[in-house]
Design a protein around this ligand. Structure first.
Ligand code: NDP
Ligand code: BG6
Length: 528
């Protein structure tokens, strides 16, 4: 059963209230949502965390549910049920996730109330009887048989098959609605992803499946649509006529931190580029959707992907970090020193790729995606670089304009531009128009990406979730080159832990048309 459009529009209205505190947003949404007929049809919700003993559940899912509860945002009558193989108690669940809860002293009592709404069942993922037991438990909760059910699969893909089948056959509510939230990786290539999609879609309708890409829950990623389609100043410039390059960047200042075993199976292209950066690219490149309805937005994203040819090796640089003998602690160790990484692994921990959107708006404009671990800083951003000013009268002193949307850390939107150097001068100087969230929205707490997304699932809003055709197109673009890298055992370029990545990446960017002037200096007004 889907949700009414009015619930969706209430959701997006509330999301637009960035000037309100999280609590205010939550309060407003809940009151309005609870007045919806749909929420009254079945007022009880059960959130089932399948894989409740795992890392994701501990670090993200339980803390997110707690924040939503603490902000008064979960529907009143919500129960949380953990399911996993380990024999655990609710007390164990509480203990393992508490370090991530950020509980203040005055909220301690509330935390106890939150855990009174929790229960835990242990069972085997492939065992129908375990799911029958789970279902009996769900039915035994107050109004449980009629409750709406949200199943969060915080599990490795190897058990998806059994779990999705068992849920479908045994645990679905026949009165309330049922929604299933799945986490990446959604396969390893086009074929495995299609297999997974076919299996899931043979059991559930597309409007019951919520594929999470948590970057779609980030404040500034959501802001891309408002900036583009809510302003007249940018839209006439947003094309090949004015833009020389679009750069999407993800940088992390730490390595695999003992998680190399998992990472090595995937590598940075599958881990970050094929999903988080590609989603950002779609939002930068897509045409204005007919409305903010989930499917209208996703239709436009799919059109972008369909206009992109598969990535080829000439447009790709891969890297792998090596230890930095001058670094501190972990920085001295390279990727291959991580004991969980197979010896001699060729898995990339860094990649720069250039894609082209072959349509009238973007023909010839490089979309440069860069991502890497163990780099010099933490940063995620989208950057538009504009073309040179034609007919220069300032003897080459003008630098290209750039519009930067910084996703993290310190959310900001800034436009690098030329102004007259103040005072008795008549020459241009690099400066910026700067919307730094920390200064402009001082008292606003921005919700965590998972908070927004989990709330969206309660409300039935799929706009910020990945549709199956988006996923298929994303894998179509990356699968051939991923297979080629593996087949031909292509060696990644080494780069030092804590550096900006391999020099070959800057060379590729320059080759396709991104100009780095190296002259821009930002003066942080808060530090003047
Ligand atoms: P820069 O001109 O310093 O950098 C522009 C781009 O070039 C970045 O994408 C950078 O990415 C890349 N780059 C850096 N070195 C090279 C190189 N040698 N070859 C090729 N590319 C290179 O401008 P920024 O926009 O990055 O601004 C500089 C600093 O000022 C940043 O730290 C920024 O966050 C800060 N700032 C903050 C604002 C705010 O908080 N509101 C407003 C304006 C600026 P990379 O180094 O990642 O490769
Ligand atoms: C995950 C990747 O999807 O995103 C991780 O699997 C990465 O490797 C993480 O560290 C980054 O997320 P965030 O929100 O910290 O930028």
């Amino acid at each position: 059963m889907g949700s009414s459009p009015s619930v969706e529009s209430k959701m997006s209205e509330a999301h637009e209230q960035v000037h309100l505190s999280r609590l205010e947003v939550c309060g407003m949404m809940r009151e309005e949502l609870l007045s919806e007929q749909e929420f009254h049809q079945s007022e009880t919700h059960i959130f089932i965390v399948v894989g409740a003993s795992g890392d994701l559940a501990k670090k993200k899912i339980y803390p997110t549910l707690w924040w939503l509860y603490n902000d008064g945002l979960l529907p009143e009558d919500t129960y949380i049920v953990g399911f996993a193989r380990s024999k655990l108690t609710v007390q164990d669940i509480k203990k393992q996730s508490e370090p991530y809860f950020k509980v203040s002293a005055e909220d301690a009592l509330k935390l106890d109330t939150f855990f009174k709404r929790n229960s835990y069942i242990s069972g085997q993922y492939s065992d129908a009887a375990s799911f029958q037991n789970l279902n009996q438990h769900l039915n035994s909760l107050p109004n449980g048989a009629k409750a709406n059910r949200l199943f969060y699969l915080a599990l490795p893909p190897s058990v998806y098959h059994d779990v999705t089948r068992n849920i479908k056959e045994t645990c679905m509510s026949s009165v309330g609605w049922n929604r299933v939230i799945v986490e990446k990786p959604f396969g390893k290539d086009l074929e495995s992803s299609n297999r997974l999609s076919e299996q899931i879609s043979s059991l559930y309708k597309e409007n019951q499946i919520y594929r999470i890409d948590h970057y779609l829950g980030k404040e500034m990623v959501q802001n891309l649509m408002i900036l583009r389609f809510g302003n007249r100043i940018f839209s006439p410039l947003w094309s090949r006529d004015h833009i020389s390059a679009v750069v999407l960047t993800f940088k992390e200042p730490f390595g695999t931190q003992g998680r190399g075993g998992y990472f090595d199976e995937f590598g940075i292209i599958r881990d970050v580029m094929q999903n988080h950066l590609l989603q950002m690219m779609c939002l930068m490149a897509m045409e204005k959707p007919v409305s903010t309805n989930s499917d209208d937005v996703r239709d436009e994203k799919v059109k972008v992907l369909k206009s992109v040819a598969p990535l080829n090796l000439d447009n790709l640089v891969i890297g792998q970090y090596i230890g930095n003998p001058d670094g501190q602690g972990e920085a001295q160790e390279g990727y291959l020193d991580d004991r969980t990484v197979p010896k001699g692994s060729l898995t990339p921990t860094f990649a720069t790729a250039v894609l082209y959107v072959q349509n009238e708006r973007w023909d010839g404009v490089p979309f440069i995606m860069r991502c890497g671990k163990a780099l010099n800083e933490r940063k995620a951003e989208a950057r538009l670089q504009f073309r040179d000013v034609p007919g220069d009268i300032f003897q080459g002193q003008c630098k290209r304009n750039e519009l930067v949307i910084r996703v993290q850390p310190n959310e900001a939107v800034y436009t690098k531009m030329m102004t007259k150097k103040p005072g008795m001068f008549f020459n241009p100087e690099e400066s910026e128009l700067d919307l730094t969230y920390g200064s402009r929205y001082k008292d606003v707490k921005l919700p965590d990406a998972y908070e927004r997304l989990i709330l969206d699932v309660f409300c039935g809003n799929q706009m910020h979730f990945v549709r199956s055709d988006e996923l298929r197109e994303a894998w179509r673009i990356f699968t051939p080159v991923l297979h080629q890298l593996e087949r031909e055992k292509i060696k990644p370029h080494p780069y030092k832990y804590g550096s900006r990545g391999p020099a070959e990446s800057d060379e590729l960017m320059q080759k396709v048309g991104f100009h780095y002037a190296g002259t821009y200096k930002w003066v942080n007004p808060n530090k003047l």
